[in-house]
Write a protein of this length. Structure first.
Length: 204
């Protein structure tokens, strides 16, 4: 990342707010704003956070679920642990079978909510990036089938592009209520969108 990116980041009000309020990332505010609006995470919930490093969403999720809940976070990067005992992190690629098995065992039951703020590593080559984005999307969909409880919810980042309508259609088949939204803390120039889905229909 260049000098200009660093400068813009420092001037960003959410970056400053995160520093002041001791959130691990400015991304925390996206989940805070989404959860305030849609009331997805409840006390005691078991949450799976995909693409979680450095842990900003997990931090918000831990606050929301309280001591009775559980947060399992997965990322290619190591996530610095939290002091809470009901937090478990996994370093690995959630699109792989081994990591999926680790997730299932760490959850110790079905998840009430799946969060995915995962972004593919961008190559700059349009076709390659769209394919990577689709692979992550498919992996999140499979994760819903294998770990999400009936009537559970999903909050997921998606990128606007030619595959967006197809992705939306897939989610609508799996969930009863689906909304797309862009929280105020998501940068206007970013093509990211957030999808909030409730009422998982289950796999049967
Ligand atoms: C925007 S960051 C997440 C920020 C996080 N929500 C927060 O609040 O701190 C996206 C993350 O997705 C992770 N990621 C991308 N593909 C992944 C994969 N296949 N398996 C695990 N993590 C992945 C990246 O390593 C990166 O840390």
């Amino acid at each position: 990342m260049g000098k200009r990116w660093n400068q813009e980041r420092k001037e960003d009000p959410y970056y400053q707010k995160a520093k002041k309020e001791e959130y691990r990332s400015r991304a925390s505010y996206k989940l805070l704003q989404l959860n305030k609006k849609f009331k997805i995470i409840r006390k005691g919930d078991r949450i799976l956070d995909l693409g979680a490093a450095p842990g900003g969403w997990s931090q918000v999720a831990l606050e929301a679920v309280g001591e009775e809940g559980r947060v399992v976070a997965v990322d290619l990067q190591r996530i610095r642990p939290f002091t809470e005992e009901n937090f478990k992190s996994i370093k690995g690629d959630f699109t792989t079978r081994e990591v999926k098995e680790e997730i299932i065992s760490a959850l110790e039951g079905q998840a009430a909510v799946i969060l995915s703020d995962a972004s593919p590593k961008l190559s700059g080559i349009k076709d390659v990036d769209q394919m990577r984005s689709m692979d992550l999307f498919q992996a999140v969909m499979e994760m819903c089938d294998s770990t999400l409880r009936y009537n559970g919810s999903l909050i997921m980042k998606l990128f606007q592009g030619p595959q967006f309508p197809e992705m939306l259609k897939t989610v609508k088949k799996k969930f009863r209520m689906v909304k797309t939204t862009k929280p105020p803390s998501s940068r206007k120039k970013s093509v990211e969108m957030y999808l909030v889905a409730r009422g998982f229909r289950g796999t049967r």
